[in-house]
Design a protein around this ligand. Sequence first.
Ligand code: MRU
Length: 347
Amino acid sequence: MRTVEWDYENNHLQLIDQRLLPGEFRILRIEDSQQAGMAIRDMVVRGAPAIGAAAGFGMALAGMRSKANTVVELIAELNQAAEELKSARPTAVNLKWAVDRLIKTVHDSEGDDPERLRIDILRAAQQIADEDVAINMRMARHGADLIHDGDTIIHHCNTGALAAVDWGTALGVIRMAHQDGKKIHILVDETRPRLQGSRLTAWELEQYGIPYDIIPDNAAGYYLQTGAAQKVLFGADRVAANGDVANKIGTYKLALAAFDNSVPAYCVAPTSTIDRDTARGDMIPIEDRPQAEVLALTFEGRPAAPENASARNPAFDITPERLVTAIVTENGIAFPPYLTSLSGLFG
Ligand code: MRU
């Protein structure tokens, strides 16, 4: 099934509960827009494109569960739901992008029939989800040409089918290269503290039959320095107009080590992740997650920190554009200088 899917029989949203993987595969039913917001905040669903698609269906739920009898009342409730959904996670721009796209649908829609508007919103949300899969396939096709037979690739976080509606971004490229028959090996950054690499990426790679090893995040520099890895691949939660990339914490250090060892570092992200209204990476809001995510880690079944320890937990960092070799999108591959190459992708 898709990571984010509408159940047309029962009119609710279905999400794969990513908090439980790899131990348990469970589908969570989401019945209203508040639950959709909570699922995004609690990371039942995570990864920039998946969050965008889930928020789109969250808007559809807001429309469907509303008791409004007029279009004016319905629009007021949809605006409120839009603000709540957008506040669920601040860094991934796909969330804002998807919700704003649905609000535009609402304002473009004509007539005074609230029922009609409800149908239009669901149709627009479904379109975002369907487009996401098609876009990921196109990105994967462009990106796979950058991968060589025999490459060992360091991959950060989870950027696969679980981070999108299906197929994925950077992991989608890896999947396509594997399907093309290239023999590749993946070094999976475990991605502390939530372990999206070892819990989710490794789980996906097993299903695709792609050989991998999980590595501690801080081992990546060693493998790059010793020539054991030929490529670095990651996704993005937001790309600024100048090409700076906001992505999962640790991406910056990984890209620095790749740069120092002349290993190409590719970012794979759809154009919906490119925020042309944000000039530079330092203008992107970085989400602070609860310290409990860091302190809850255990070592050999015992607490990994003193009882009264405090922690800091920024969820993302900014990789300056000078460290990014290229940005792979569905409309082609952008190379530096990004200010012009990225805007060229929008025609
Ligand atoms: O905090 P998460 O798990 O939502 O972070 C996800 C990432 O950082 C991904 O690398 C990013 O969304 C791009 S891949 C779709």
